[in-house]
Write a protein that binds this ligand. Sequence first.
Ligand code: ZN
Ligand code: ZN
Length: 217
Amino acid sequence: MALNARLDHRNPLVFDTHELGRRPGALQRLTREIDAPKDLGLQGVIGVPEGAPVKLDLRLESVMEGVLVTGTAHALAKGECVRCLEPVEQQLETDFQEMFSYPDADDRGRVKAEPADDAEDDEDTLFIEDGLFDLEPVLRDAVVLALPMQPVCQDDCPGLCSQCGARLADDPDHHHDAVDIRWAALQGLAGSLEDGEKDELGGGAIPSAPVDEKQEK
Ligand SMILES: [Zn+2]
Ligand SMILES: [Zn+2]
């Protein structure tokens, strides 16, 4: 935990606990709408676009060793379907709860945890610094947990045709079979015959051009 990186009260994800105070039991509810920070979500999969509105409803509760923050974040996440690559939007409403501790909490008679638990907890402990706390890591974790790892445009999205790449949901009867392949071959043959006729009619196609020049000289 980088205690030396001072929090900036102008950062929209930094909250001030001075009004709440340190009297255990004190409560404060607040709502704040912020612009989504960069890379909020699962990178390259689905996330809240940078600058998109994120509405935060928070409940701050003063407890002996810090401030217990309970809240909900509302936002619209955007990504693409992993099967058919169509854009996917998902309305997010994700709950979170996090304890922000006073750096001096240990001196204020916190119940001593078992040594093993304590060592584990310390790595994830978030602190209040100069009466401020930074909600950003909590918001990031909550948003990632609320998002699907494999977003789909619809639960039964059939994906793309493996042969031509068409989106199968748009064309449920889409299929390729042996007849189609032979027909395609015939169409290809017909196409090349047409091209040949055009060349003979003096269409100026490159392969016949040198021949014409020799005949003229
Ligand atoms: Zn899809
Ligand atoms: Zn196809």
